[in-house]
Design a protein around this ligand. Structure first.
Ligand SMILES: [Zn+2]
Length: 380
């Protein structure tokens, strides 16, 4: 290249090749380096999105096409697998990440496996669970979503798994008790498929945002509700508040309407409560006469996801502050528990406005075992 002279100018020519490099003080090295790189060019939004969409390097590189090791991934919304250990050719011990800023609360799980082989029994043992009982002992199965089946015929999540068991193992916890193992065996239908595996049907924060957008785009339903931001979470996510009622009413009648407050997903691992909430919102904003009568007589205040940060991060029970938000209703802190604080404010405003108090407050709560109550009515 040097002979060609096509690079033009002589400024840098020959500079690096012949000179003996002498010692350069660290500060000067840094100054040189800083001068050579300059500030990073501003990234366009499109570039930022492209960078985020770049596939992540896998944690495990396959040695050859005959390597049948499953490749695990959970760096996705609501994912929470911390480690997968291959204990036999087709058996894996799985360790879940505890709720952020806590040392426990592991029960929800959500991860992806790729490099599957058809009709082989793969055994998975989730070994650091904390609850003493589980619906897996009462016939519940994990849920699985196959990319290939979805592409071929639009199939979604399916209950799947055989030889399911839940039992206390011999790994000691810090508190002197022992962890529990959920074990199940999955057979995949395709070679080289990617399958998503979860404790229960996932419902992510993104799912909720998409759903609310569909409602807002529906010419009929959007007349029946209003959406606003209740507050921001610790991570800066928006916590949505919906108001559902008949808005085209006499203002006096509107003011006198009793309030009904619905909230869900204070516990992020209880994704089933989001599906219940979706059903409730579908119904309340729908065309039925029953829904119209309800809208004519009540103002529904709905907080569909009280703990968006926990959902995004794949927590089971807590918020980013490492707190079970269902335990702070008596004295929520505006900065540390913003969604609870602002929900309580909203309920108070509702009570003051019509002078009657709310007709009821419900938080459908998922359960992981039979004995728990399936919903709570909060003290206001
Ligand atoms: Zn709950």
């Amino acid at each position: 290249m040097r002979d060609g002279g096509s690079e033009g100018g002589g400024e840098g020519e020959g500079r690096s090749e012949s000179r003996e490099p002498g010692p350069v003080p660290a500060a000067a090295q840094f100054a040189q380096y800083a001068a050579s790189v300059g500030p990073p060019p501003p990234m366009s939004v499109d570039d930022q999105i492209r960078a985020l969409q770049k596939p992540l390097a896998p944690y495990y590189d396959l040695h050859s096409e005959h390597d049948t090791t499953l490749v695990f991934e959970s760096r996705m919304e609501s994912g929470n697998l911390r480690r997968a250990i291959q204990v036999y050719p087709h058996e894996y011990d799985l360790i879940l990440r505890p709720d952020i800023n806590t040392r426990g609360h592991t029960q929800w799980f959500y991860f992806t496996v790729s490099n599957t082989r058809r009709n082989i029994p793969y055994k998975f043992n989730v070994i650091n669970l904390v609850k003493g009982d589980s619906l897996y002992l009462d016939g519940m199965q994990p849920v699985v979503f196959s990319d290939k089946e979805s592409a071929a015929c639009g199939r979604g999540w399916m209950r799947s798994g055989e030889s399911i068991c839940y039992y206390q193992n011999n790994i000691k916890r810090r508190n002197g008790q022992y962890y529990y193992t959920a074990t199940f065996t999955l057979r995949f239908e395709h070679n080289h498929d990617t399958a998503h595996v979860a404790y229960c049907y996932p419902y992510t924060y993104t799912d909720l945002q998409r759903y609310l957008k569909v409602l807002e785009d529906d010419p009929q339903r959007r007349q029946r509700f209003r959406r606003r931001q209740l507050c921001q979470t610790l991570a800066g996510n928006s916590c949505d508040l919906l108001t559902i009622t008949s808005f085209n009413s006499d203002p006096e009648a509107l003011r006198g309407r009793r309030g009904v407050v619905l909230s869900s997903r204070v516990h992020p691992g209880e994704s089933n409560s989001s599906w219940m909430m979706k059903g409730a919102i579908d119904f309340l904003t729908g065309n039925s006469l029953d829904a119209k009568i309800l809208r004519d007589n009540f103002v529904f205040k709905v907080v569909p996801m009280l703990n968006p940060d926990g959902v995004v991060n794949g927590n089971y029970r807590c918020s980013l502050a490492g707190v079970d938000l269902n335990r702070v209703w008596n004295d929520p802190n505006k900065k540390i528990h913003p969604t609870i604080f602002h929900t309580k404010q909203m309920i108070r405003r509702l009570m003051v406005r019509n002078g009657t108090g709310p007709g009821g407050a419900q938080d459908p709560s998922g359960t992981s075992c039979r004995k728990e109550s399936s919903r709570t009515t909060r003290p206001l």
